[in-house]
Design a protein around this ligand. Structure first.
Ligand code: DAH
Length: 367
């Protein structure tokens, strides 16, 4: 720094010359104008308004001027520094606003876009119907029972009054499990769960058993080697066919809605006597004359086949260790797959087993 000198000509102190101050100011203003981010403005402030900026250094030279020259030089430098700091302030406001604008644009969310682009899964109708059926019986105080899918021949057939030579055995085309001497089958129906329950529990017995069953049918639009049934069994004192009818009517109404009734047709099953086929009132035409004749759902029948039922044959009770003098009971078995295809007018049973989500989707997640 130069020493005070009364004859000192301020024009000679280069950093304080008007053109030099102007140049430093213009350089600063250009740098500020070019700063287009908050960080760049910070750098421009450091270089052009900081303690070691050219104008700050020039300012320090003022003290070295003779007193008469200081005022003018001070004003010049002061104005230049003022202009620079104003420019910085204005620029930083502008840059911050622009940055915020950019951020808002980048984070912009279009709330009108569809939000459910990820498809929601849905439950298989066989799962939901099995659960619904179980719920209906549990609500009546019944228990849900289960049995194995690989079953003893004796439980699947013999105990149910289907002896080795019984012609009805051939009605159920059976998958035998090797070796033959093991006398094991893939259960052909859920009825062996009746036997298992009677063998292990004392009456009164009220059970429903939904489950998977197997028969050597070819897979086509109306048959499948694997399908589903629900079995029901009630054993108590004084049970009759009337209780069976009342139970099935309630079951049908609870499953399909008020007004759904059942009808019995005489039939034969070795494990029940008397036996009946149970039909559901057609949910489309309601068997109403004038409508039923052209109904395609029940093919003009007014009724849709649902399952088999009857009063438990005393021979079955005896085989299962239940005293037929004291107890009686009723049983029923329905195909769940056919219940679904009939209800929803699914023409091809295979749709139930293909695992195509486009099939299950319309059934949703609830029932
Ligand atoms: N088990 C029979 C079948 O698969 C269905 C059936 C009929 C079950 C009558 C029953 C019954 O419990 O009583 O064809």
């Amino acid at each position: 720094m130069s020493a005070p000198n009364s004859d000192y000509d301020p024009v000679e102190v280069t950093p304080l010359r008007a053109d030099e101050v102007e140049r430093m100011r213009d350089e600063a203003l250009a740098a500020i104008a070019a700063a287009d981010t908050v960080e760049a403005v910070k750098q421009a402030r450091l270089h052009h308004a900081g303690d070691r900026s050219p104008l700050a250094l020039a300012n320090r030279e003022i003290g070295a001027l003779p007193p008469q020259a200081r005022k003018e030089a001070g004003q010049r430098v002061g104005q230049a520094r003022g202009a620079v700091s104003q420019a910085i302030a204005a620029r930083s406001v502008a840059v911050e606003a622009a940055e915020e604008e950019r951020m808002l644009a980048a984070e912009r969310v279009d709330v009108t876009l569809p939000w459910d682009v990820e498809p929601v899964g849905s439950r298989h109708p066989l799962t939901t119907i099995s659960e619904h059926v179980s719920d209906i019986f549990v609500a009546m105080g019944w228990a849900v029972a289960e049995g194995p899918e690989v079953e003893a021949e004796w439980l699947n057939f013999d105990a149910l009054n289907l002896g080795p030579d019984h012609p009805a055995r051939t009605m159920q085309d059976t998958f035998w499990v090797k070796p033959a001497s093991a006398a094991m089958v893939l259960r052909t129906h859920t009825s062996p769960v009746q036997v298992r329950t009677m063998l292990t529990r004392e009456p009164p017995i009220y059970i429903a058993c939904p489950g998977r069953v197997f028969r050597t049918d070819e897979l086509d639009a109306t048959h499948s080697p694997v399908f589903h049934q629900v079995e029901g069994l009630a054993i108590d004192e004084g049970l009759s066919m009337a209780h069976l009818k009342g139970t099935l009517d309630h079951f049908a109404e609870a499953l399909f809605g008020e007004g759904t009734t059942t009808r019995f047709r005489p039939s034969y099953f070795p494990f029940t006597e008397p036996s009946a086929e149970v039909d559901l009132l057609c949910h489309v035409c309601g068997n109403v004359p004038g409508v039923v004749e052209t109904c395609r759902t029940c093919r003009g029948e007014g009724w849709i086949e649902w399952g088999g039922c009857g009063v438990v044959n005393p021979r079955v009770l005896v085989a299962c260790g239940v005293d037929p003098e004291r107890y009686s009971g009723f049983a029923f078995g329905m195909g769940l797959d056919r219940t679904i295809t009939g209800r929803y007018e699914i023409v091809d049973l295979r749709d139930l087993f293909d695992g195509d989500i486009r099939f299950t989707q319309p059934f949703g997640v609830g029932l």
